[in-house]
Write a protein that binds this ligand. Structure first.
Ligand SMILES: Nc1nc2c(ncn2[C@@H]2O[C@H](COP(=O)(O)OP(=O)(O)OP(=O)(O)O)[C@@H](O)[C@H]2O)c(=O)[nH]1
Length: 344
């Protein structure tokens, strides 16, 4: 996943990418801001074949890249965040600091005990020999200084520990943000990919049936064109809520593209998966979404759904592709329908 420190091109080469990217950028519907430049820079520099393929696909589909698609591509391919590595570093630092704090505490404790014994000794000696008493007092003064130094070390360590705790919280938040779609609160494409990989990699005996539902709002472009992008977003949120409410708690529900959703059922029978797909389709088509601003009612939004069952040994990509094929068949068949290809 590319991150800033992966941009290692020379000034000449990056200037070359700039010359290539600018004309491409200016042909798009998205504004010419750093986000769109990052996407097009990645495209012309051929940094990531998946980014290139996704841009080509979006261009073939929509003709131009709009704001939403550009942002989605940026989030998916450019704004990579190696959260796992960051978490490991934060955890490691915390472990180290906790160890140092313990050591300082222990040293402080033994110094304190040593100081107390000296005080008692000084008391005992002072009655017998002034010289011995003086020597012990000098050692006690040094001990006192050492105690103060250790105390300030402990204070500094405690402050560092608090800072590390804060950093760790930030890393956790960033990690969460990296897998959540901000518009709907559902998992995003990355969160979905992670959940799917995890689901397929955990060996369970006997293996449960894993089902994937691919859902796509029909003629969503018209919704945007007719009612505006803001209302389009409202529709996306409403559909997301409905799907999440109907899916079982163990399902991963994700928004994996503009108006595309996915439901991963980690253990379901064929009738359960089909019933869920049908129920979602019917409830969406029966729903009437009101515009927040005017209270006007939108006539109708429908969903096309494709269904696929994981075949043992099959890759995540193959499973997703079969769900997409089934979804495509639903679109071809007239939309507002559920399709399960023969053989799941
Ligand atoms: N409001 C809004 N629109 C988005 C977002 N992401 C993508 N879109 C729009 O979704 C639309 C998708 O349109 P198409 O892929 O042509 O598909 P469609 O119009 O739904 O047609 P079919 O899928 O064939 O039924 C495009 O107009 C995108 O601009 C988003 O986050 N918010």
């Amino acid at each position: 996943m590319p991150t800033l420190n992966h941009y290692t091109e020379s000034i000449e080469l990056s200037a070359e990418w700039l010359r290539k990217a600018l004309p491409l950028m200016s042909r798009q519907a998205a504004a010419l801001h750093p986000v769109s430049y990052a996407v097009w820079y990645g495209y012309v520099a051929q940094r990531d074949p998946a980014l290139r393929a996704a841009v080509d696909e979006a261009l073939a589909r929509d003709g131009r890249l709009d704001e939403a698609t550009t942002l989605a591509l940026y989030q998916r391919f450019v704004a990579g965040f190696d959260a796992e590595a960051a978490r490991r570093v934060a955890d490691g630092m915390q472990h180290l600091l906790a160890g140092m704090a313990d050591t300082a505490q222990a040293a402080g404790d033994s110094t304190a005990r040593y100081g107390d014994s000296l005080a008692r000794l000084s008391q005992a000696l002072s009655t017998e020999s002034d010289r011995a008493g003086d020597a012990v007092s000098a050692v006690m003064a040094d001990t006192q200084q050492m105690r103060q130094a250790l105390q300030s070390l402990q204070d500094r360590l405690a402050a560092n520990q608090r800072e590390i705790d804060q950093l760790r919280d930030e890393v956790h938040r960033a990690r969460r943000d990296a897998v959540v779609d901000p518009l709907t609160g559902l998992a995003n494409r990355r969160g979905f990919d992670e959940a799917l990989d995890q689901c397929l990699s955990i060996p369970v005996d006997p293996a449960p049936d894993i089902w994937l539902l691919a859902l796509d709002i029909d003629h969503f472009k018209q919704v945007n064109d007719t009612w505006g992008h803001g209302f389009g977003d409202q529709v996306l949120r409403a559909v997301a809520q409905l799907v999440r409410a109907l899916a079982p708690p163990e399902a991963t529900v994700a928004r994996i593209g503009g108006e595309e959703f996915a439901v991963l059922l980690p253990a379901a029978t064929q009738p359960q998966a089909l019933a869920l797909a049908e129920q979602v389709r019917q409830r969406v088509s029966a729903a009437r979404i009101k515009r927040h601003d005017s209270g006007e009612t939108l006539a109708r939004v429908t969903l096309s759904v494709g269904l696929s069952r994981w075949r043992a040994g099959e890759s995540a990509q193959a499973l997703v592709e079969r769900a997409d094929q089934a979804l495509y068949a639903s679109k071809q068949g007239g939309r507002d329908r559920v399709t399960e290809l023969p053989g799941g």
